[in-house]
Design a protein around this ligand. Sequence first.
Ligand SMILES: [Zn+2]
Length: 70
Amino acid sequence: MKTVHCHKCTKELSNNEIALNLKLLGKHIGTLHCYQCLSEYLRCDTVRLQELAEQYKSSGCLLFQTNYTA
Ligand SMILES: [Zn+2]
């Protein structure tokens, strides 16, 4: 078990948050952000990001089937 933290505010990240970072910003980014900081960066709602994550997850996106904190 490992924990991944937001690069900016150091909040612990959920699996969906990690997957969304990879989905939106690319697989090779070294810094991950929580919904809150990501929304500031992308200038959109945190709710919108959460919906987006759920949408990707339920559509079967492989990034969201991976367990990043195992
Ligand atoms: Zn953050």
